[in-house]
Design a protein around this ligand. Structure first.
Ligand SMILES: Nc1nc2c(c(=O)[nH]1)N[C@H]1C(S)=C(S)[C@@H](COP(=O)(O)OP(=O)(O)OC[C@H]3O[C@@H](n4cnc5c(=O)[nH]c(N)nc54)[C@H](O)[C@@H]3O)O[C@H]1N2
Ligand SMILES: Nc1nc2c(c(=O)[nH]1)N[C@H]1C(S)=C(S)[C@@H](COP(=O)(O)OP(=O)(O)OC[C@H]3O[C@@H](n4cnc5c(=O)[nH]c(N)nc54)[C@H](O)[C@@H]3O)O[C@H]1N2
Ligand code: SF4
Ligand SMILES: [Mo]
Length: 722
């Protein structure tokens, strides 16, 4: 840790835009506490954000010392009081339990559920412990609820994960196709970057595909307010018109793709009349979207949860990529299929193998060569790594229900708010015989379900790396000591590893050592980072990968676009078209549950509010939960703006003040995901959602479920904090 600091460079620990921050020490008196002691501002030298920050980055300092978990705590039964224990006692209890479970039930009864808010070093150490030393791939992360459809879509279409674009493409594109993303609120800094140019240059178009008129849609040249779940209809409909108008790139298709014929046949079904009916948009709107695609020299698609969180998540991602393959809009400036990552280190998690089917270095647990490479590298006996895909997020719930999971370790995520079908999730967590919960704050909704609480250091107190949406790795430096007895996540995992007898595997002195080891196992992989070290990041600033240690120094810093040579990572180096029909949403509205509920985010809040709920400015911005409902629907139900309404699904019920607005389509309602049990009474979005998931990515359909709505009372007082 740096002590004589003037200006420290770090990264905003919220969204995947990955804005660079500078922290300036304003005074050194020891009595001064964060945030009075430090000022946070945008880092002008950071290539991704060029000095910009949004309200979340600007206010980050304010929540850092409030309601922190400071010491390890333990209890025998849920409902008992926690008692403070030493780290030694906590480690002993954890290792003892792991050994018991290994001896009685086997490694598959052990599970860890981690987070895209880990640093890459945390992720890597956890993979080594669970997948290597303990021999179970039961490590999954909240990225399963977030990015896993993008991962599987990229792998199926291009042969490997890895968003191929960069932020400079926002400055160069002629048409931004934003589908299932409220970029203005959720990735504000890159949206602003695009908007600057969009406002100035009339030929630059913005198409927004979203059932809601979001702040992103508000400024679009064309807003397609499609019915939830009809994205594939729309995408195939655009392809149909492009083919009809002869606007495909025949040479690209011929030389660099497979599967075109089947795709072309499929698109025949998606006539403008059919698509307009399915999506609930006019034929003119569809034609205009296709016209923008056809006439723009460079088209950049961006998407996030409106696409990924779906029972057809992978199919939707591949259907977006299809349009880029059809038009050759890939591997060139201002063009490409760009999945915006949600969390600050969702990307680092993918590189380090942080999902139940992955291994570090974009490897797969089911691939025998990949397992053998890691076993040798980790100096573990052959066969140590399980060939089975581990439990994904929802499989953990199932495993708890069937008593197959006997040890659950949750870190840097708050599933008692963010999991689907919370009634079932909470019942499963309540059943868990042994849950370790490692977080920075106390209480959170999930601490109620823990037997052991481990205090984690967070942003400002731990050094490590994070990778943003454009594959840019930034060093986040510690600049103040840990609060209380908190430790970095990777340190905790390494200590448990050593205590289980894996001394040789966990000899790291600091997180730079961890990164250096991880980098070696990425050699010759598509996510190669052998040219990146903590020291180099500190000296040069953020570095984009792929970055080989053998490359000349200058080339190492910026590797902006993938596939510029149009050689993909498949065995024949060709990209794959994918022919998918649209299936719509899983839970179709009916008489009993006539509305589609969709869920999402607000500009100021971050997820389950562990930080942003403690920041006055943000609480004032979004004081309480609400449900958006169209005036026609509100009229029919006798609901006025501000009335408290009860919303029921087949799984649970919640209550929200109504926000009557034409920004939402009739028949659809929207609830923000941010209010868990600690922040409002019965206003949980996920009490209503279901866990049905995409068969390829296993990502649940958090964006659509069927609900019934009824007037409850005229009192608007559902928020605990307003
Ligand atoms: N302010 C803020 N920013 C954040 C976060 C935060 O908590 N707060 N979280 C970060 C994280 S982890 C993530 S994953 C990203 C998420 O970023 P986004 O994906 O942009 O955010 P969401 O609000 O979840 O969903 C986006 C949009 O999908 C739309 N949608 C719903 N159903 C459909 C559909 O069937 N089709 C289409 N086309 N659209 C649909 C919703 O109406 C919503 O406007 O944001 C990141 N940034
Ligand atoms: N209905 C609905 N549900 C959703 C979504 C949706 O759109 N709709 N989106 C899904 C998506 S995309 C996501 S990403 C998830 C997010 O859901 P969660 O991951 O549950 O949300 P967070 O509030 O970000 O939780 C992160 C936790 O990590 C802690 N933390 C921060 N830094 C550190 C650290 O360095 N170490 C440790 N150990 N802890 C730390 C914070 O205090 C916080 O408790 O929600 C998912 N759930
Ligand atoms: S856009 Fe994202 S990374 Fe940038 S300051 Fe805002 S929350 Fe932080
Ligand atoms: Mo996310």
């Amino acid at each position: 840790m740096s002590t004589s600091l003037e200006t420290i460079k770090t990264l905003c620990p919220y969204c995947g835009v990955g804005c660079g921050l500078e922290v300036v020490e304003t005074g050194k008196e020891p009595t001064l506490k964060f945030p009075d002691r430090f000022k946070v501002r945008g880092d002008r030298a950071h290539p991704s954000s060029q000095g910009m920050v949004c309200v979340k980055g600007a206010t980050i300092a304010e929540s850092i010392q409030k309601d922190r978990l400071l010491h390890p705590m333990m209890r025998d039964r849920l409902g008992d009081q926690f008692r403070q224990v030493s780290w030694d006692e906590a480690f002993d209890r954890i290792t003892q339990r792991i050994q018991e479970v290994l001896a009685t039930k086997g490694a598959d009864a052990l599970c860890m559920y981690g987070s895209g808010q880990f640093q890459t070093e945390d992720y890597y150490t956890a993979q080594k412990l669970f997948k290597g030393c303990l021999g179970t791939n039961n490590f999954d992360a909240n990225s399963r609820l977030c990015m896993s459809s993008a991962v599987s879509g990229y792998v199926k279409s291009f042969g490997s994960d890895g968003p191929p674009c960069c932020y400079e493409d926002f400055d160069l594109t002629d048409c931004l196709f934003a589908i299932g993303t409220n970029t203005a609120e959720c990735h504000p800094i890159i949206f602003n970057r695009f908007r600057k140019r969009h406002k100035k240059e009339a030929h630059v178009k913005l198409i927004v595909v979203d059932p809601r008129r979001t702040q992103t849609a508000e400024v679009a040249d064309l807003h397609l307010a499609i019915q939830p779940g009809t994205d594939i209809d729309l995408l195939n409909g655009i392809a149909h018109l492009l083919l009809l108008w002869g606007k495909s790139d025949r040479a690209f298709i011929e030389n660099h793709t497979n599967g075109f014929t089947e795709f072309q046949e499929l698109t025949q079904h998606y006539t403008p009349e059919f698509v307009s009916r399915r999506c609930g948009i006019s034929i003119e709107e569809l034609e205009l979207a296709a016209k923008y695609w056809a006439e723009s020299p460079r088209v950049l698609s961006i998407w996030s949860m409106g696409i990924n969180q779906s029972v057809q998540g992978t199919a939707k991602v591949q259907s977006i990529i299809n349009l880029h393959l059809l038009t050759g809009q890939i591997g060139k400036e201002g063009a490409g299929a760009f999945s915006l990552t949600g969390q600050p280190n969702a990307m680092g998690g993918r590189e380090a193998g942080g999902l139940a089917h992955l291994l570090p270095g974009y490897r797969f647990a089911t691939n025998p060569d990949h397992r053998a490479e890691l076993e040798a590298f980790w100096q573990l006996p052959k066969g140590s790594i399980s060939p089975q895909v581990g439990r994904t997020a929802w499989d953990i719930v199932r495993g708890l229900e069937s008593d197959q999971v006997a040890f659950l370790w949750i870190a840097a995520t708050n599933p008692a708010v963010s999991f689907p079908d919370l009634v079932r999730t909470k019942a499963a967590l309540r059943r868990s015989p042994f849950t370790v919960y490692q977080d920075a704050y106390f209480p959170t909704e999930t601490s109620e379900f823990a037997h052991i609480l481990l205090p984690a250091t967070q942003w400002s107190e731990k050094t490590g790396t994070m990778t943003n949406s454009e594959r840019c790795v930034t060093l986040c430096q510690a600049f103040q000591p840990p609060l209380g007895e908190a430790k970095a996540d990777w340190e905790i995992f390494a200590e448990v590893g050593r205590r289980l007898g894996f001394n040789a595997q966990f000899q790291f002195q600091n997180s730079a050592d961890v990164y250096a080891e991880f980098a070696q196992i990425t050699r010759d992989r598509p996510c190669e980072i052998t040219g990146i070290t903590h020291a180099k990041l500190a000296e040069l600033g953020a570095i984009q990968y792929p970055c080989k240690d053998s490359a000349p120094e200058l080339d190492q810093v910026h590797n902006k676009r993938l596939y510029t040579d149009r050689q993909f990572h498949t065995s024949d180096r060709r990209a794959n078209f994918a022919a998918y029909h649209s299936q719509g949403v899983f839970e179709v509205p009916d008489q009993a549950y006539p509305f589609i509920l969709t869920t999402g985010r607000l500009y100021g809040h971050w997820h389950t509010q562990t930080r942003t709920g403690r920041i006055d400015k943000i609480r004032q911005m979004h004081p309480h939960p609400f449900i958006e409902i169209h005036p026609q629907d509100a009229d029919k139900l006798g609901i006025n703006d501000g009335d408290l309404v009860e919303v029921k699904s087949r799984r649970g019920a919640s209550k929200f003040p109504a926000m009557v607005t034409k920004a939402i389509a009739p028949g659809v309602v929207f609830v923000p995901m941010h209010w868990g049990a600690l922040w409002a009474d019965n206003a949980e979005a996920n009490a209503l959602t279901h866990a049905e998931a995409c068969p390829d990515s296993k990502q649940p359909e958090l964006k659509a479920c069927a609900v019934a709505i009824a007037f409850f009372s005229i009192t608007l007082n559902s928020s605990k904090i307003s």
